[in-house]
Design a protein around this ligand. Structure first.
Ligand SMILES: [Zn+2]
Ligand SMILES: [Zn+2]
Ligand SMILES: [Zn+2]
Ligand SMILES: [Zn+2]
Ligand SMILES: [Zn+2]
Ligand SMILES: [Zn+2]
Length: 468
């Protein structure tokens, strides 16, 4: 196991603005005192050998930092794989695992200091939650000159724009096959993603001054242009050169064919990634795929807005080499084409007594779980059920033909089983469940999570009749 320690400060300001706290208490905290700090990993046996592990750069908002993976392995930051050389945002509380898997790798919590010097102009609430007073002028998109709507941040320059405005800009750059330059400072953009932190700030500003709000029509037009759902990685020339040697052999073997795309490794059906192609990172396998606005092939799960590659590579009928990760098409496909054989764990708010009752109720009716789900998907598709409590994004836009990811499918099944249960008369439930009274708090009851006896004796698959 590699030991992580020591950092190199590239400037001399010696204020500890953040630290990495190892979850394993055998190790000491790593203090970060320079605005740009490279952290090294050290191999235990030969402690002279050092490798760069990551670089942490403090962002100008003083509340977030940018982490770049400098090791040769992928690392995990807040549950997301970050490949070699890639950057990601971190904030107070972010979790960083020093390798591509949790097992055998140290993990750290990133903590930012709430030192008075840092928080000038900031109000500190608790440990890391801070309220910033932002100048309204600094919360405007330089393309449309309005307060950001669905704000996205471009890296490495960290300028912010409306999703719709930047998407249009991106589309134009893609059509012209030019590199994507920041509309504000002209720096080459390597990465762009939604910024949930600034989203809240923009919302606060609009709450405080509603005259800054745009009309419903304007917002609708802007939303219809918005293409950035998950983080986009934009090819950079430097990266290509670094990776090139890996393909030299293949080039000779294939008799002088052009190099495959260094990001996603593919060339097919007349489509080739341009050097400036924008790529999406699949949430399922961590692999890259070109972000295509011209194909109609779904690349994002509508239920969670995350990118998935299963449908994309299948549509390209591509057999990919094992150098590159890809997902099976089974992991991202239309709701109607999916099957289920066991009740998902999250069903009935994780209450296993209720899951057990639902399971026995289904077999008592002489049906399978699949039978019940198929019936309810038809009702769902016919809009016979109320979707207010449906735990997926864009609930109203989802139909039986919508491709969704495994996780969202399990959530949908749980939601349908709720409807199955509340529409099943009590006398059709297994004998031991017919006499139970409804808990006043219904599905929202918190006691059911820690009091076994209560969870068993009351029915919790019902609407709350009281709130706390
Ligand atoms: Zn804008
Ligand atoms: Zn910029
Ligand atoms: Zn590519
Ligand atoms: Zn999903
Ligand atoms: Zn994938
Ligand atoms: Zn209860």
């Amino acid at each position: 196991m590699a030991e992580i320690g020591e950092c190199s400060a590239s400037n001399s300001s010696l204020e500890n603005w953040a630290k990495l706290i190892p979850t394993d208490k055998m190790y000491v905290d790593i203090e970060i005192n320079s605005d740009e700090t490279v952290i090294f990993s050290e191999t235990k046996s030969t402690s002279v050998e050092k490798h760069e592990w990551c670089k942490i750069t403090r962002n100008s908002d003083l509340n977030t930092a940018t982490l770049q993976n400098r090791s040769s392995n992928a690392i995990i930051v807040d549950e997301t794989l970050v490949q070699k050389d890639e950057t990601t945002f971190i904030r107070c509380g972010s979790e960083i695992v020093s390798g591509p898997v949790r097992d055998g790798h140290l993990s750290f919590k990133f903590e930012m200091s709430s030192d008075s010097k840092l928080c000038k102009g900031l109000k500190v609430i608790g440990n890391c939650h801070v309220l910033i007073s932002v100048d309204v002028e600094h919360a405007k998109c330089s393309i449309c000159l309005n307060i950001w709507h669905d704000v996205v941040t471009a890296a490495p320059c960290f300028h912010n724009f409306c999703n719709g405005c930047f998407s249009e800009w991106l589309k134009r750059s893609q059509e012209k096959h030019t590199s994507v330059l920041c509309p504000q400072c002209r720096a080459a953009v390597q990465f762009v993603g939604r910024n949930h932190y600034l989203l809240n700030i923009a919302e606060d500003i609009l709450q405080a001054d509603s005259s800054l709000r745009r009309s419903v029509e304007e917002i609708a037009t802007l939303d219809s242009c918005s293409l950035i759902q998950s983080n986009l990685v934009i090819g950079s020339v430097k990266k290509r050169n670094e990776k090139r040697p890996r393909f030299v052999l293949g080039l000779e073997e294939s008799g002088g064919l052009e190099l495959p795309c260094p990001q996603c490794g593919t060339e097919y059906a007349g489509f080739r990634c341009s050097p400036h192609m924008v790529h999406l990172q699949c949430h399922g396998c961590g692999g890259m795929m070109p972000s295509r606005f011209d194909t109609g092939i779904p690349q994002h799960c509508l239920g969670c807005d995350r990118a998935f590659c299963g449908a994309y590579w299948q549509a390209q009928s591509l057999q990919r080499s094992d150098i590159y990760a890809t997902c099976s098409p089974e992991t991202f496909k239309p709701i109607s084409g999916r099957t289920i054989s066991r009740i998902p764990q999250l069903t009935h708010e994780n209450n296993r007594h209720e899951q057990d009752i639902t399971g026995r109720c289904i077999s008592q009716m002489g049906k399978t779980l699949q039978d019940v789900i198929s019936e309810w998907i038809v009702r769902f598709n016919n809009r016979e059920i109320d979707r207010t409590r449906m735990p997926l994004n864009h609930a109203e836009m989802i139909s039986a033909e919508t491709p969704i990811c495994n996780e969202c499918y399990e959530k949908l099944v749980g939601f349908l089983l709720y409807w199955f249960r509340i529409s099943t008369p009590k006398y059709l439930l297994p004998g031991d469940a017919t006499e139970r009274e409804n808990c006043w708090y219904g599905y929202a009851c918190r006691t059911q999570h820690h009091n076994e006896d209560h969870a068993r004796k009351r029915n919790h698959v019902c609407r709350p009749t009281r709130s706390r």
